[in-house]
Design a protein around this ligand. Structure first.
Ligand SMILES: C[S@@+](CC[C@H](N)C(=O)[O-])C[C@H]1O[C@@H](n2cnc3c(N)ncnc32)[C@H](O)[C@@H]1O
Length: 405
């Protein structure tokens, strides 16, 4: 279906997206240009719109085209940082999370884009947090996307700020949005380690009763009571892993080939791992899914009449009031197709797209996770960096193709 492993499109995002056949991409991971931060001196660049509303309108237009190329069971993961309106003294934003260097210019003071000087932006006052990430998320939701999660990218090494009248900004957002209510999401691939205290607690098991007298904490008497009463649930299985949570602590990473901050590979990795499968249909690229079986301990629990949660995945709360689904413990025994194509031998590759590719972080991560990828960027200097970076990686020249729009 797809001959080239990694494709690089040079050109405007919408024009390039139009060249990609519909329903092909499994997962999009991207950080769009921020509004009003930099002028890269390239015609057609997004981010120079006069108001947040105009910028968001443009984003909705771009993501409509993204929705066309995305498979019905696909996911998109969009990273956005927020910024502040100018301080009213003609200054610009006091938080600049975007790319540094590479011949970009900071937008001049009082240009109107940041409400600096006399040119205030309608609806925003000096010192206001612009709220672009949530404006974006709600706009996409209004346009038909399913907003499934906001994720906080918490930075242990945030950019220093000289402010004294608010906390130092140390996070950005990542939004998970989908085209349909049912989609491919491999939660097993990105499970995280449980805390020591949870592991300790799980030795006692849980008797299914929320202890209303324990000041909201279930670690109190409910658990202990279970253990003391010798309840069979003491054997609750625990593999030491829990479903990934919505706060991801990841340090910002420099890219040696680029002179600006790129998004960290550690931020992209979980999105690609959860959003794509290592195996896909060789005919239609539908991802193969895990065949899960309850672990030995969990099987014992089920034998005692508890409910199997394997069909609950992606469906929110457990039906079983006796046992929270966090205790459900599975092992992967095989992979199975999710389509009915004849001749599907699972040798297809899921495609990951970054429509604002920059230094090529998503291509880089996709290549080492052995997924195929599509990169788009308007700026040939960035594409050059992305190509160099990926040549140094695992992509060999016959594995990529450059298409100019
Ligand atoms: C925040 S950066 C992406 C950084 C990237 N995540 C990385 O790790 O390097 C946004 C990118 O969008 C690109 N861009 C801006 N307007 C565009 C347009 N109209 N079409 C395609 N790309 C565009 C810029 O050139 C810039 O590389």
């Amino acid at each position: 279906v797809w001959e080239v492993k990694h494709i690089f499109y040079l050109g405007d995002v919408i024009a390039c997206l139009k060249k990609i056949p519909g329903n092909t991409v499994q997962c999009v991971v991207t950080s769009p240009p921020y509004w009003g931060l930099r002028d890269y001196g390239v015609d057609g660049q997004i981010g120079l719109e006069k108001t947040p509303a105009e910028f968001i309108e443009k984003m909705v237009e771009v993501f409509r085209e993204v929705r066309r190329v995305l498979r019905e069971d696909g996911t998109i993961w969009v990273n956005f940082g927020d910024s502040y309106c100018a301080n009213g003294k003609g200054g610009r934003a006091d938080f600049d999370p975007e790319l540094e260097g590479v011949k970009s210019k900071k937008i001049p003071r009082g240009s109107g884009r940041w409400g600096g000087g006399n040119n205030e932006v309608e609806g925003l006052k000096p010192k206001d947090l612009c709220g672009i990430p949530w404006r974006f998320a709600f706009a996409l939701q209004d346009d038909g996307w399913y907003l499934r999660s906001d994720i906080i990218w918490s930075k242990p090494n945030p950019m220093p700020e000289s402010v004294t009248d608010r906390p130092t900004k140390a996070h950005e957002y990542l939004f998970l949005l989908t085209k349909s209510t049912k989609y491919y999401y491999d939660n097993e691939a990105i499970k995280e380690e449980q805390t020591e205290s949870s592991r300790e607690r799980s030795k006692y098991g849980w008797n299914g009763v929320t202890d209303d007298n324990s000041n909201g904490s279930r670690t109190g008497s409910s658990y202990k009571k279970t253990a003391e009463s010798g309840d069979k649930m003491k054997t609750i299985p625990q593999n030491g892993k829990r479903n990934k949570r919505t706060v991801w602590e990841i340090a910002t990473e420099g890219c040696p080939e680029a002179h600006f901050a790129t998004f960290p590979t550690k931020l992209v990795e979980p999105c690609v791992l959860a959003g794509t499968s290592p195996k896909a249909c060789s005919v239609c690229l539908a991802p193969w899914k895990r065949k899960l079986e309850p672990s030995e301990n969990y099987a014992k629990m089920l034998g005692k009449g508890y409910h199997d949660h394997s069909n609950d995945l992606n469906q929110g709360m457990s039906q079983n009031k006796k046992m929270p689904r966090t205790f459900a413990d599975y092992i992967t025994v095989n992979w199975e197709p999710t389509c009915k194509c004849q001749g599907n031998d699972g040798s297809g590759k899921c495609i990951v797209l970054d429509p604002f590719g920059g230094s090529g972080t998503v291509t880089f991560v996709s290549s080492y996770l052995q997924r195929d990828s599509i990169y788009i960027d308007l700026n040939f200097k960035y594409m050059d960096i992305a190509l160099q970076r990926n040549n140094y990686g695992m992509i060999t020249p016959d594995e990529f193709e450059i298409i100019r729009s």
